[in-house]
Ligand binder design. Structure first.
Ligand SMILES: [Zn+2]
Length: 291
């Protein structure tokens, strides 16, 4: 059956249902993502007074009901206990873990996260979760944008230590952290919902798979790969030279102050990106960024 015929299926069947139609599409390798973008629940507003508790409960309930696992496309994410400070959801099928952050304003350059030393430990011990970032509106309580940062893009380069809380604060000395979104390459921010439009989950999964090779690298090495890829992307050119990437040396030294061989590290990362079909080697010192 050609795709146009499938889209008309079944034109006049009396037992037509959206589910049967979608099932037919899926059988033929086509997917259509369905999600209810409303997070509103009257009972949550009745039960909680604090605005942050309301937002937290609405966004978590939405994820439980509507979100899928981008790694294996399992339709259910299971909620973790409230005691777990870093992980909110887990996929029972592939065991990938997720932390959900929600905001009534668009995510920009950085987001506040939890305790710095805890997060740093999770990153360096290869236990960081994937991050789901949800932007909703308080006007109609619906999701406007949502994207995913795969765990293999969470490196120490993007974790910023904040100043400890002052001696007068209730939690004096507590040190939080920021996640620097501005340092994450394009492929490390996978769009799930953009301007209220749902991206097909097969497309989300394809981007996940394209960069999944990073998951097999040690955390400090995958940080290097991600940082060099970000430098290449920032050149904003399809074709680029090794010399142009060398111009990012100061930025990379800032992120990796203990490494004295930055140029060798850049060459090594470009080779690794080439081996995984992210960049193409054209001729001596010349590369192309593959889309
Ligand atoms: Zn999964």
């Amino acid at each position: 059956m050609n795709p146009l015929r499938i889209l008309q299926y079944p034109p006049s069947s009396s037992d037509f249902s959206v589910d049967s139609w979608l099932h037919e599409l899926e059988k033929r390798g086509m997917t259509m993502s369905r999600m209810n973008l409303s997070i509103y629940q009257e009972n949550v507003f009745k039960r909680y007074k604090s605005k942050s508790q309301i937002a937290r409960n609405l966004s978590e309930d939405w994820c439980s009901n509507e979100m899928y696992c981008p790694s294996c496309l399992n339709d259910n994410l299971e909620r973790c206990s409230n005691n777990n400070k870093v992980i909110d959801f887990i996929c029972a099928k592939c065991t990938h873990e997720y932390q959900l952050k929600c905001s009534a304003t668009k995510f920009r350059r950085k987001i506040n996260d939890g305790e710095y030393y805890t997060m740093n430990h999770f990153v360096t011990s290869d236990s960081a979760p994937n991050f789901l970032l949800m932007h909703y509106s308080k006007d109609d309580w619906s999701i406007k944008n949502m994207f995913l940062i795969p765990r293999y893009f969470i490196s120490t380069s993007i974790i910023e230590k904040r100043n400890p809380l002052s001696a007068n604060a209730r939690r004096a000395g507590w040190t939080g952290c920021n996640i620097l979104l501005s340092r994450i390459p394009h492929n490390g921010r996978i769009t799930i919902i953009k301007n209220e439009k749902i991206v097909d989950k097969s497309k989300v999964h394809k981007i996940w798979e394209r960069m999944n090779f990073l998951n097999n690298r040690r955390p400090n090495l995958r940080g290097w790969t991600s940082d060099v890829l970000k430098c290449v992307e920032d050149l904003d050119k399809d074709e680029f030279t090794l010399q142009e990437v060398y111009h990012c040396k100061e930025y990379l030294m800032e992120l990796h102050p203990n490494n004295l061989h930055i140029e060798a590290k850049i060459r090594q990362q470009l080779q690794f990106l080439r081996d995984n079909n992210i960049v193409q080697f054209l001729s001596k010192g010349k590369y192309k960024l593959l889309k």
